[in-house]
Each structure stands twice: as C-alpha cells, then as structure tokens.
Design a protein around this ligand. Structure first.
Ligand SMILES: Nc1ncnc2c1ncn2[C@@H]1O[C@H](COP(=O)(O)OP(=O)(O)O)[C@@H](O)[C@H]1O
Ligand SMILES: [Mg+2]
Length: 358
C-alpha cells in the first residue's frame, strides 16, 4: 500500500515557538516510517512558512530556519490543491499534495482555531480539535462560560475589559469584594503561563492586571485554589480513551513557564498519589468537558484537586506538549500506548473524521 503523506507543521508565531520545535521533533521521530511519509513545514517567529527537508535535530535546536534548502511553502485554502504550494528558487511552483496535516504547534496562531480554520477550508484531514473548539479552549473566559453552563466546576472568576483600566482602582476593589486573595490574573488567551501572575493584595492585583493586558485585551482574574494540580489525557472523536490522572508537584510558586519545561521527572507522578475514586471522578469530568466543548482528536484536561477534595477544572489544552517530558504522551504510555502508536492513532482519527464529514 502506498504510504500516506503527513505534513507536520511546527514553530509558529507564538510565545511557545521553541516548545513546538521540541514537540514536533518528537512527533516526527515517532511517526511510523513504514506507514507514512512526512513533509515538514516550519513557520518562523515572523510567520513565514517554509518547506524543510533536513534533520529533526535541527528543528529541535532552531537551526532548521537557516537551512539552505528551505523554500517558501504555503497551505492552499483551495480544496482542489489538497496541499501545499512551494515556490522553488527558479520561481517555479511545486504542488505538494498531502493526506493529513499534523499541527505540532502550541498557543497563539497554532492552537487557537486560526490555523484550524485554514485546514477546514483546505478540506485536508487534520489532527486535533476543530476551529471552534480550539478557539473556545484557548480563550479562558469562553472556557469558563461554556463549561460552567454544563455544570463543570471551575475556580470563581471575574473578567476584566481593557476600558476598565481607566478606573483600575475601582475595578480592583470590586474584584476584591467578589474573590478572596490570593488571586491568579491571566490574559484570556495565553499559554505556558506567559503573562500570568499571582496576587496576594490589591497592589499586586493592579500590577498583575496591567501585566496581563500587555498580552491580551481581555483578562480573567480567578480565585486562587490550594491543592494538587493534575492532568488527564483524552483521545478520540466519538469513542474516547481517557488516561489515568497524572500529578504535578511544581518546584516554584506555581506551575510557571520555567517549571513547565524544566520539571525533573520526580516531580510528576503517574498515577497521581490520591485515592482511585478521586481519579475516577476527575476522569469522568475530563470526558464530560471534552465532549461539552466539542473536542476531537486529542486534548489534555487540567485540574486542581483542592485541599477539601474537590475536583476543579483549570483548562483544556487542545494541542498539549509532546516533548519527551510532556504529560500527554507519558499518560498515554502509562496506559500502554507507545509514542508511535499514539501518533498513528491521532492521524487515523483525523482521517476518520474527514471521511465521516464527506
Ligand atoms: N485559580 C488558580 N489557583 C491556583 N493556581 C492557579 C490558578 N490558576 C492558575 N494557577 C497556576 O498557574 C498555572 C498556569 O495557569 P493556566 O491557567 O494553566 O495557564 P496556561 O494556559 O498558561 O497554562 C497553573 O498551572 C497553576 O500552577
Ligand atoms: Mg495550564
């Protein structure tokens, strides 16, 4: 049988660009070569799309960007093209048809529905959530509104709009009347904890809100929860695989950018060190939330198990990290699914969904 052509897209205009490079290298190396032929498409920090044909090590290190063989290459929104259009050095056009797209991207412009909209226009099967659910999960305010309306428990929260900065002191007072300190201030659409801060008093709240507004024009303030952070990996379209629950014991004040990508192995625990019935409750909420917000393919659903023993959903990541220390592949592996089986299944799910929609 002819091999299926899968385009792995990496990098991107996002503050998680570097993480995407590591995820992508790991994903490309896991794709079974007996079944698939990989086409590598890198997006620079400035947003240029390039067809790359070099080694995966250079993706990891960032050197891929300067490879002399790179040529500009964009995804055509025209379903007739069913793939990419590269511009060769002599000005000729080369069409690269593909059977599936695998976005190994994180955060803005990769995980927020924008690129998924382009995939939908192109009518090429793609791995992961569609445009709408990606956008809803990326936007913390929307996640709160949708999941709370479905009865999923999340932290108490307040939204802040840019115009409210005009009288920020009044807004902070108002927030302090609704929520207790400590509070977490988050840009509504961010990732990897960028722009997020913890406030213990009104002054820190004011500073935190201003900081968050430098990343987005909408900000969410949440009441701080005290407990254990844990994560659950979900895979599937209709029929779902829900992994065991993994626990994170952050080394820093909270699970910030630094601890996210430097956590030594011993600070994650699979399975989590709490009673089975709590894990089962978390797994069942993860499944309900995944379906409620319309996820398909994969997502990692993040929780707090509070000191009072309550499972509170924190967020859903629709393109969870796939670095060698990332929780999603580790949770799947714990359930007996190797990395190559995982990517193989994700590609099959993408193709199945496209066939269903035909
Ligand atoms: N309400 C909260 N209570 C306690 N800690 C929180 C709360 N919200 C966020 N955090 C901490 O901040 C980290 C990043 O917040 P999160 O909402 O997951 O943003 P991101 O999308 O950047 O991952 C969490 O992993 C957690 O450590
Ligand atoms: Mg998070």
């Amino acid at each position: 049988m002819a091999k299926l052509k899968v385009a792995v897209i990496f990098g991107g205009r996002s503050n998680e660009h570097e993480i995407s490079l590591i995820s992508a290298a790991h994903i490309i190396e896991s794709i079974p070569a007996s079944k698939y032929e990989v086409v590598m498409i890198g997006i620079t920090r400035k947003g240029h799309w390039l067809h790359y044909i070099g080694q995966t090590d250079k993706i990891r290190s960032g050197e891929w960007e300067d490879d002399a063989d790179n040529v500009p290459c964009i995804l055509s929104p025209d379903p007739v093209d069913r793939g990419f259009i590269a511009t060769l050095p002599d000005g000729d056009i080369q069409r690269i048809r593909v059977d599936c797209v695998f976005p190994a991207l994180h955060g803005k412009n990769g995980e927020d529905g924008t690129i998924q909209g382009l995939f939908q226009l192109s009518q090429i099967p793609f791995v992961g959530c569609d445009m709408l659910s990606s956008a809803c999960c990326m936007d913390k305010e929307s996640t709160h509104r949708i999941l709370e309306s479905c009865g999923v428990k999340m932290a108490k929260w307040v939204s802040v709009r840019y115009r409210e900065l005009d009288d920020i002191d009044a807004k902070c007072e108002q927030i302090a009347n609704c929520l207790k300190f400590p509070m977490f201030i988050k840009p509504s659409r961010s990732g990897s904890s960028v722009g997020i801060s913890k406030a213990n008093n009104l002054n820190e709240l004011r500073i935190g809100i201003k900081t968050a507004f430098s990343h987005d024009d909408r900000v969410v303030v949440e009441q701080g929860l005290s407990g254990t952070e844990c994560e659950c990996a979900v895979m599937g379209n209709d029929k779902l695989i829900v992994s065991a629950v993994g626990e994170i014991a952050p080394a820093n004040e909270f699970y910030d950018f630094e601890s996210k990508y430097t956590v030594p192995q011993e600070q994650t625990f699979i399975p989590a060190r709490f009673p089975q019935e709590k894990s089962d409750e978390i797994r069942s909420i993860a499944e309900r939330a995944y379906r409620a917000i319309g996820c398909e393919g994969l997502a990692r659903v993040d929780f707090f198990l509070t000191d009072e023993g309550e499972a509170v959903l924190n967020e859903i990541n629709t393109l969870p990290g796939h670095t060698p220390i990332s929780m999603y592949p580790k949770l799947m592996e714990y359930g007996g699914m190797s990395a190559s089986e995982e990517v193989d299944r994700l590609i099959s799910l993408a193709i199945e969904r496209a066939e269903m929609n035909e």
